[in-house]
Design a protein around this ligand. Structure first.
Ligand SMILES: Nc1ncnc2c1ncn2[C@@H]1O[C@H](COP(=O)(O)OP(=O)(O)OP(=O)(O)O)[C@@H](O)[C@H]1O
Length: 286
């Protein structure tokens, strides 16, 4: 077993550094490691570690770090380990990796894997979930306009601010060739069940079932959407009249005017976007 750790020191607002020092005290296997020095570098470090013959590459960070690593490792015969050290850790939650460092390290030592799907989207690789519409505008607002608040307060402020200027949008959703025209608050494409740090946007999504789950939140009044949103934390929103879910292998989201699209809180552009499932592309240690 040859293990290479890729550590994102800024993940979890710096928590990953502390996680790594705890790991170093516990670790009793042969390993090497490297800290990322800038956004995007985890892709390069994972590729280099794979070329050097490491058979296990471990992400110490959050969803963004895993995604950057998977960009290099998808489709390769190599194991991906995860030590959750980010803010949201939604993908780790979906694949059942414990938050406890000792337990997640134990999993890596055991090395049992299962194949998990990934999503390709206009040349990008996504691992967990993406969304177009209200959620992307809220994420953008949190990232760029709400520096003075943290955690839930930042999100609540951003939701209210976004609702003042965003209205439901007309979209075309093309799922495996079938065209649906809708007026929506948001459309998400899920491989994993959670996003936004534990919001169970799509309880039916399974990252190894060979399907993308598309959640649609159809137009309802602003007060009603304010009632709807907190229910997403527990998954109770699925019985709300605005919510529907469909599944398939390939989905395109188009709109008359461009709508922001995010993956796990990071903006990745605007519509149109096409999401395609790449089944079993990665061997996750879990
Ligand atoms: N050395 C670095 N300096 C600045 N940014 C970095 C560095 N290394 C990685 N990044 C960027 O940090 C961002 C955040 O990483 P990551 O998503 O893993 O943590 P998080 O946002 O705290 O967790 P989560 O996505 O689970 O909420 C990523 O977009 C990544 O590109």
């Amino acid at each position: 077993m040859s293990v290479f750790f890729v550590i994102n020191p800024v993940a979890g607002r710096g928590r990953a550094k502390g996680v790594w020092s705890k790991i170093q005290k516990k670790i009793d296997i042969k390993y090497n490691y490297c800290f990322t020095s800038r956004a995007g570098e985890a892709t390069y470090l994972a590729q280099k570690a794979w070329e050097q013959g490491f058979n296990t590459i471990v992400s110490v960070g959050g969803d963004g770090t895993i995604r950057e690593i998977v960009k290099s490792l998808a489709g390769k015969e190599v194991k991906l380990g995860i030590i959750p050290a980010g803010t949201g850790n939604d993908f780790a939650r979906t694949v059942g990796i414990p938050e406890d460092i000792e337990k997640s390290l134990d999993l890596i030592k055991r090395g049992n894997t299962r194949k998990v799907d990934v999503i390709s989207c206009n040349g990008e690789i996504l691992i967990n979930a993406a969304g177009a519409g209200l959620d992307a505008f809220v994420a953008d607002c949190v990232n760029n306009e709400v520096k003075f608040l943290k955690g839930s307060a930042a999100y609540i402020f951003a939701v209210i601010k976004t609702l003042l200027r965003f209205k439901p949008q007309e979209v075309e959703i093309i799922l495996d060739g079938k065209v649906l025209k809708k007026r929506v608050w948001l459309v998400t494409v899920s491989n994993g069940r959670y996003y936004g740090g534990g919001m169970m946007i799509c309880p039916t999504a399974q990252p190894d079932d060979g399907y993308l789950d598309v959640s649609i939140v159809n137009e309802v009044g602003k007060l009603e959407i304010l009632r709807f949103l907190p229910k997403v934390f527990t998954g109770r929103h699925t019985t709300h009249r605005s919510y529907e879910t469909i599944r398939g292998k390939k989905v395109t989201i188009k709109s008359r005017s461009p709508i922001l699209v995010h993956t796990d809180g990071d903006i990745i552009g605007v519509t149109p976007k096409t999401f395609e499932l790449w089944p079993g592309a990665i061997n996750i240690i879990s």
